[in-house]
Each structure stands twice: as C-alpha cells, then as structure tokens.
Design a binder for this molecule. Structure first.
Ligand SMILES: [Zn+2]
Length: 412
C-alpha cells in the first residue's frame, strides 16, 4: 500500500488513525509498505502483500501473527485461503509467472472461486449499466479531481472504470483478499486495495471520496443501514453515492441475497437526496444511444417491476442530467475479442459465435441477448490486428456491439 493511503485510512472500531508499527517486522519498497503491522488506539492489523487487512476474521488474526513472526509468505498463503499444499504450490507457481493470465490465476484459486462468471463481466448487463452510471456520476463529481472508492469491488472490474475518472488511485474495498490481489495485478492496475468488512464501519476518514460506488453487492450485506450511512459519511460534501444492481425484493432473483423493495432503498439514502432508476430502462438507453439519462424520473411502477435498481444519491443537482458517453479509441488495456465468442475459420473470413459458459449464465444474463449478436463474420486480416492498443478502424462496429472489448492485459 502507498504510505499516503494512511492519511485516509481509519480503524473501523475506534476511528483512530493508523501507523506502521516499526518495532515489528516490516518491509518497504520506496513509498509502498509491502508487509507490516498497523496500529491504532485499540487494535493491530496486518499488511500482507501490500494490502491492509482491516478486519478481525480468524484468517486475518492468523495472518497478523505470521507477519509479526517475520513470515509474510505464510501470511499471504493464509489470506489466499490455500489450505491444501498441492493447490498452494500450483497457485504460487502461477502467481510467480509473468505470463499468467487473470483466467489462469482464477482457475488456480480453485473451482468455487468467483463462480467462473467474472471473466465475462465486461459485457454483462450488470456491468454495462454500472460502468455507464459510474462514468456519468464521476464525470461530474470528479471533474476537478478527488478520490473514488469501489465498495465490495471484488476483483476490480468497476474499479477499472474509476481509473479513467481521476488521477488519484481509486480504492477497491472487499472482504476477499484474493479478489483484491487480482484487482491490483490484472483488472485495475494502479488501484489501492483495502481488505475490509462492509458489515462493519468502513475503515476510512469522513468526506474523503468524491465518488462512492457499490455494484451488485448491497443486497448481500446484512447491516444495510450501517453501510448506507457509512457510504454517505465517507462521501465528500460535493460527492455522490451510486449503488448499481441492487436486487429488488419485489422480483424473484436466482441469487437474491437479502434485497429490499425500492422505497426501503430510498429511505436508507434519504439524507443525500437519492433517486432510483430501473436497471432495464437504463440498459435499453445505453445500448440504443450510448447515453445515461439521470434526469428522468422512473415511476414507482417501473421501479417495482424491475429485477434490479440503480440508486444515485447526491446533494448537487448537476449529477441528475443526461450524460452522453464518449468512445475511447485508445485502450486502457488492449482490444481483444470478447471471451464469450468462439472463433471458427471460414475462408478469408472468421466467424465469431456467441457461446455462454453455462445455462445458468445464459438465464441470469439473458438481457445480453439484446446487444450481443449470435454470430458475426469478420475479415481475417482485420481480426489479426488484435490484440491492439488502438482500435483498428475496421473493428469499430464490433467494438460498438461489444464483440470486441477493451480488456485488461493478460486477461484470458
Ligand atoms: Zn482502533
């Protein structure tokens, strides 16, 4: 972690500032703390592989004892949850390889990890709405700089969008250490990961973020009242809170979590003047026009009928306007074929066919059928230009249709 991150980090329990305990084992690399122990008025927390662990789950306590004993590698193994020696050895080999991909590394973490779906995140409907909303909100509240945070950000897919909005390194906060490690290594290089529990007070100072976002996670948090007030507390006076893909309790969902009905979400964010949007209506606008209209009031019936909701809360009115997206000809990572497509040679052309990873995926993300073509034919020469850091002119239409994506380097 960067040493200046200590300026905004606070103990989740006593609210105190944290300092590196330099009487204990620690390793620094320039302005980065690689391993060490942070102390406040009440607790000690470990930094493992550059990630501060601001909770007291059993693995975190064990990892802290291992760092104190001068065994940072064993602490990292503990935090990755690699109990089986064979699996741990395989993961260490993959993690040490400069050519390993996000996909290889996720596979090495074991079958259950990430559910396998996150490889396909960059074209799924949940992400498309979250990315567009976060860019719209952030373009306003981060216009003059400031920090952003992705709460429950997992392996950093949405954090990657925040990197485009502000020069300050965005924070990605999540309970799962391995996801944060993946975010920094692959998905959102340059982000600052913080391992913490969203069911506890967030380990940050008040009013330090101009954009506080949380996607596809709020409904899994039990202490929603606490998380909502914490997200508003850490938001700056001119900042905004955006919760995207919050499951709607009025509708059935295969991975429901503990969802609320629309008025209950509104009540939670009431101090910051929230507006609610039906996700399917936002998606339709983004797909058709590349625009997000946050000025339009969605009716209570439309909100009740939608599977998921977007909540934007801000005391400034200029967030609630029509936002038109801009195309980005230069990749943050590299332009490549969407991993949902399988290539088949066809003479001078190549056929790209849409293949969902499972029936469950196809069902859960059925809305992606509205913009992902079943089958497209591409000139072989045009496709041979990929991966590319600038979008080849002949592939602009496929990029618009999300068959070609700007993906992290070494993603799959
Ligand atoms: Zn404390």
């Amino acid at each position: 972690m960067r040493i200046e991150t200590l300026d905004i980090l606070r103990c989740p329990f006593c609210g105190g500032r944290l300092e590196l305990v330099d009487t204990h084992f620690h390793r620094r690399d320039g302005d980065d703390i690689v391993d060490g122990i942070l102390g406040c008025h009440c607790c000690v927390f470990p930094i493992v592989a550059g990630i501060p662990i601001m909770h007291l789950e059993p693995a975190a306590v064990a990892a802290r004892e291992l760092v104190e004993a001068g065994r940072p590698d064993a602490a990292a193994k503990k935090m990755f949850g690699l109990e089986d020696d064979g699996q741990a050895a395989r993961f260490e080999e993959i993690a040490a390889s400069p050519n390993a991909t996000y996909r290889d590394t996720v596979d090495a973490l074991g079958a259950g990890f990430e559910g396998g779906y996150f490889l396909y995140r960059f074209s799924d409907p949940t992400y498309i709405v979250a990315d567009a909303v976060v860019r719209a909100v952030g373009a306003t509240t981060l216009e003059r700089g400031g920090r952003a945070i992705d709460v429950c950000g997992g392996s950093g897919h949405l954090t990657r969008s925040l990197l485009d909005l502000t020069p300050a390194p965005p924070i990605v906060a999540d309970l799962y250490f391995a996801k944060l490690w993946l975010a920094r290594r692959f998905t959102a290089p340059g982000c600052e990961p913080v391992c913490c529990d969203a069911n506890a007070p967030l380990p940050f100072a008040s009013r330090v973020f101009q954009a506080v976002v949380c996607s596809d996670a709020f409904h899994y948090i039990w202490t929603k009242r606490l998380l909502a007030s914490e997200m508003m507390r850490i938001s700056g006076d001119d900042g905004a809170v955006a919760v995207t893909h919050a499951h709607n309790a009025q509708q059935w969902n295969p991975s429901a979590g503990m969802p609320l009905p629309p008025p209950a979400y509104r009540d939670l964010f009431e101090p910051m003047h929230p507006r609610l949007f039906a996700e399917s209506a936002l998606l339709a606008e983004i797909v058709a026009r590349g625009a997000v209209d946050l000025s339009r009031r969605h009716t209570p019936d439309a909100l009740d009928a939608d599977l998921a909701l977007t909540i934007v809360a801000a005391t400034r009115d200029d967030v609630f306007r029509m936002h038109t997206g801009s195309s980005r000809p230069a990749a943050r990572g590299e332009f490549r074929v969407n991993p949902l497509y399988v290539a088949e040679p066809d003479g001078e052309r190549v056929r790209l066919r849409l293949r969902f990873p499972s029936e469950d995926y196809e069902q859960e993300y059925a809305a992606s059928r509205t913009y992902l073509a079943d089958d497209v034919s591409v000139d072989r020469g045009a496709l041979a230009a990929l991966p590319a850091s600038r979008l080849p002119a002949g592939l602009a239409d496929l990029a618009r249709r999300r068959v070609v994506l700007d993906l992290p380097v070494r993603y799959y």
